[in-house]
Design a protein around this ligand. Structure first.
Ligand code: ADP
Ligand code: TRP
Length: 329
């Protein structure tokens, strides 16, 4: 029996944080290690150049993301780990898909609207057609499942629409994909818990590479309340409890909920415990990442091998598509 296929992608745009981890990467590792799926994990470098960036730092951002993938446990022996730009077939199919995508659908995309508002001086066509390329990233490998955060659902719907349209016009070719959502909701910023934890607010953001002292320092500054306000936690306190749910033991969780209920909780104690737990959770990660960082050539080889494997499949899908749309002589 062939295992169902899973595919996802991440843009190489900076350091990975606890939000990215709980929202996406943790799920990738679990899916891979369950042994139930054939997994593809892609570094979406072509997507990442739709945002303002520095060509000097991009190669390191790509290597950094590969290091994060590998140090977290994604394993090139179990999964195909590849670099989008090393499989140029994505771009050929993106052109074909763009001819099936109504502009009116692209205009509706929330991520496009958000990013366009953020980078008013650089509203480029790539930012606009970004979801078309994402549809290709997925459909070209014909996976059944795509693990993503909530914010990506609209893009997956578009991919399904494109697949349906293609099938109707040129014959059954692509099957529908299903999102796999992580139960982890949104991790909020430590200093401004009204906003999601993000690398754009580094002071309130726990990076996976942060050393224990750094984690403790940031958690110490996390906003809470002066005293428990009642059964409804303030957003800052609720966020710390969410982190406790993920990184604490059952005993820790029960104890701090009880202390909150009794209104005898000391937030300094909760923050100290969280700092220790998060530091411990990523201790092995930090070590593995440092060891791998000294071997950039190995990382490049892993990506090249993964991209080669991915390319074989991409070439086949593209050939079938060109045949069906009448461009294969
Ligand atoms: P950032 O805001 O730090 O730039 P990205 O927008 O690059 O993060 O997010 C990459 C992926 O990680 C997204 O698809 C999203 O689902 C997930 N993610 C990012 N921040 C969080 C968060 N605070 N909580 C949960 N998931 C997140
Ligand atoms: N757009 C995704 C993000 O911002 C990254 C991505 C690119 C992706 N191609 C993909 C995700 C294919 C899933 C499948 O997080």
């Amino acid at each position: 029996m062939k295992r169902p296929r899973v595919l996802s992608g991440v843009q190489p745009t900076g350091k990975m944080h606890v939000g990215n981890y709980l929202g996406a990467l943790k799920n990738f590792v679990e899916l891979q290690n369950s042994g139930k799926y054939e997994c593809f994990f892609m570094i979406a470098d072509y997507h990442s150049i739709t945002e303002d960036y520095d060509p000097e730092t991009k190669p390191q951002q790509i290597i950094d993301l590969a290091l994060d993938f590998l140090a977290l446990g994604l394993d090139p022996k179990k999964s195909i780990i590849f670099l989008q730009s090393q499989v140029p077939q994505h771009l050929e199919l993106a052109w074909i898909f763009s001819t099936l995508t109504p502009v009116s659908e692209l205009v509706r995309m929330t991520q496009y609207k958000d990013k366009a508002a953020r980078q008013e001086k650089n509203i480029n066509a790539g930012l606009f057609t970004y979801p078309v390329l994402q549809a290709v990233d997925i459909l070209i490998y014909r996976p059944q499942f795509v693990p993503v955060g909530q914010d990506q659902l609209q893009h997956l719907e578009l991919a399904n629409d494109i697949a349906k349209k293609f099938n109707r016009r040129f014959g059954e070719t692509f099957q529908a994909i299903k999102p796999l959502l992580t139960p982890a909701a949104r991790v909020m910023g430590l200093l401004d818990p009204a906003k999601k934890m993000s690398k754009s607010e580094p002071e309130g953001c726990l990076f996976l590479t942060d050393e224990p002292e750094e984690l403790a320092k940031k958690l110490k500054k996390a906003v809470t309340d002066t005293a428990p306000t009642g059964p409804e936690k303030t957003p800052g306190v609720a966020n710390l409890f969410d982190l406790l749910d993920h990184f604490g033991t059952k005993d820790h969780i029960e104890r701090f909920h009880q202390l909150y209920k009794n209104r005898t909780i000391k937030y300094a104690e909760l923050k100290g415990l969280l700092a220790d737990r998060v530091a411990d959770h990523f201790a092995e990660f930090r070590q593995r990442r440092k060891a791998l960082a000294g071997k950039p050539e190995t990382i490049k080889q892993i990506l090249a091998a993964g991209s080669n494997a991915a390319k074989k499949i991409a070439i086949r899908t593209l050939a079938e598509v060109k045949q069906k749309i009448g461009l294969a002589l």
